[in-house]
Design a protein around this ligand. Sequence first.
Ligand code: NI
Length: 249
Amino acid sequence: MFTDTHCHLYKEYYDDLDELITKIKNSSVNRVINNGCDRKSNEEVLSLIEKYDCMYGAIGIHPESVDTYKEEDLKDIEKHINDNKVVAIGEIGLDYHYGKENRLKQIDLFEKQLQLAEKYNKPVIVHSREATLDTIEILKKYKIKGVIHSFSGSYETACIYLKMGFVLGINGVITFKNCNLKEVVKKLSLKDIVLETDSPYLTPMPDRGKRNDSTYIVVIAEYIANLKNVALDELAMETNGNIKKIFDI
Ligand code: NI
């Protein structure tokens, strides 16, 4: 059985959530960690994890919401941080893809949430796009563990994160053509990775472009098992072990 450590299962993307959860439960995926990214999705995550046994939650403010979030949204995260089945602060981080104008504001928001994680001893789920150096410098300041979600960096960068106590979230990107991540994952140990879909985005090949969901974990797992020349069972066992070391699930 596999766990999808990173998805966004909200009504905004899925008008068929009940059916989808049934489909996920009937697949080889028995647990999902649903990641919030702003006030609205955090609230939805908190109510969905009460409804669905197989669902755990991460709540946080994504860097793309840096210009619209309010201080009280952070207070709400703190208020719910120890709720049953809230297993992490996420999705949080830095994203310079659309520019660096709000870099300092992003860093401030990221650090405020890292401080919460440290205070409550919670792991974090980190989004870092075109911001590797800042992400590393900032994470170094905190005693926290977690997942570098949608990792697609170099082997050298992977080693830095691993040394800091993080594991790397690998998703459908690994199946894309001309993707350097294959070579990086080949060199990594199974102890270094967890599996994720980032649904509804990043559907693996050959379905790239279609709507993603947590059942695609199996496609990603088969791809990695092949690449690493290990049995699917072994991959499931190792990655579930990694999850246990990071999250209280
Ligand atoms: Ni995400």
